[in-house]
Design a protein around this ligand. Structure first.
Ligand code: IPM
Ligand code: MG
Length: 360
């Protein structure tokens, strides 16, 4: 059996981190006897430069005909002045919608070897933080009606719309409940039901399906309180399920609690097994091409890809264990450096992880 994976390196450090991640895929293939067929396609700023659009039709078609998609990062200052619908970020929204990837899983985990990286006090994070943010990804205000209106007195206004259907809420809630089931069985639904009608429907819908998951402890929190609780007492959270915009914001906050955004992977899933996997970090144009970027988030995204899209659990764990052993041996890219560690570049970090995979 051949697994087809489309790789979208994108822009900036996306190129060098996906290079390391694809080398890992090839090594896993060799070690475990799998046939991975990898092909690259254009997306983001590089696609704008070559084709005039951030997500060419050809790229979307290749992704649709794949078992999984691995993405680096998109964007950069070159494309920031383009109109909204032509920016690299628009390509990201279009690929999520085009592939029907409504569920975004973003784990925020503090690795024992990196506990000093967290900006939070040791007593707040002692014992470890392990949060999974489940973000709704193809609805809400990022996809709602938007526009501009000039009022009769000449004043310019703009609007964006938050809208959710019960179907959209129910399917993401089920992803949250299922994920909680496999973890500590605690689900926190985050909304703003004291103000927003869309949040009231969100909460009602979640409460309606909760009886299907009697083994999961469900709670609700307003988003402003959740933002505060994440830094006050992050250990209270297991799985957080929330809307597109709240999840965008809270997942960045949760990632920073770990102190090492260069370590965090993500998966975007739909109703089938096709998924899109990418590091949580961006394209970091300031360090691009300098062998400084941390490839671990993208390599861990490969682990998620193997687990969720290809059902290769043992291979996923192999990658995760290899990453941990390289960290335990004191190797760090500059973003996660601390005292008494050995600083290595992007390529060397990738090589060390592959070496560890082959040794396991
Ligand atoms: C993310 C990013 C994107 C988002 C941007 C770049 C469109 O912030 O993946 O969280 O808001 O979804
Ligand atoms: Mg974001």
């Amino acid at each position: 059996m051949t697994y087809t994976i489309t790789v979208l390196p994108g822009d900036g450090i996306g190129i060098e981190v996906t290079e390391q991640a694809t080398a890992v895929i090839h090594d896993i293939g060799k070690k475990c006897g799998h046939d991975f067929y990898l092909r690259e396609a254009l997306m983001g700023g590089c696609a704008i430069d070559k084709t005039g659009t951030p997500l060419p039709e050809e790229t979307l078609a290749l992704c649709k005909a794949s078992d999984a998609v691995l993405l680096g990062a998109v964007g950069g200052p070159e494309w920031e002045t383009l109109p909204g619908n032509l920016r690299p970020e628009a390509g990201l929204l279009a690929i999520r919608a085009g592939l029907g990837l409504y569920a975004n899983l973003r784990p925020a985990v503090i690795y024992p070897a990196l506990k000093n990286a967290s900006p939070l006090r040791p007593d707040i994070i002692s014992g470890g933080v392990d949060i999974l943010v489940v973000r709704e990804l193809t609805g809400g205000i990022y996809f709602g009606e938007r526009g501009r209106k000039t009022l009769p007195d000449g004043i310019e206004t703009a609007f964006d719309t938050e809208q959710y259907s019960t179907l959209e809420v129910e399917r993401i809630a089920r992803v949250g409940f299922e994920a909680a089931r496999k973890r500590k069985k605690k689900l926190m639904s985050v909304d703003k039901a004291n103000i927003l009608e869309s949040s009231r429907l969100w909460r009602e819908t979640i409460l309606k399906i909760a009886p299907d998951y009697p083994d999961v402890e469900l709670s609700h929190m307003y988003v402003d309180n959740a933002a505060m609780q994440l830094v006050r007492n992050p250990k209270q959270f297991d799985v957080i399920v929330t809307s597109n915009i709240f999840g965008d914001i809270l997942s960045d906050e949760a990632s920073q609690i770990t102190g090492s955004i260069g370590m965090l992977q993500s998966a975007s899933l739909g109703s089938g097994t096709l998924g899109l996997y990418e590091p949580v970090h961006g394209s970091a144009p300031d360090i691009a091409g300098k062998d400084l970027a941390n490839p671990i988030a993208t390599i861990l995204s490969v682990a998620m890809l193997l687990r969720y899209s290809l059902s290769l659990e043992a291979e996923a764990e192999l990658i995760e264990r290899a990453v941990e052993s390289v960290l335990d041996n004191g190797f760090r890219t500059p973003d996660i450096r601390s005292e008494n560690t050995k600083i290595v570049g992007t390529g060397e970090m990738g090589r060390l992880i592959r070496e560890a995979i082959n040794a396991l």
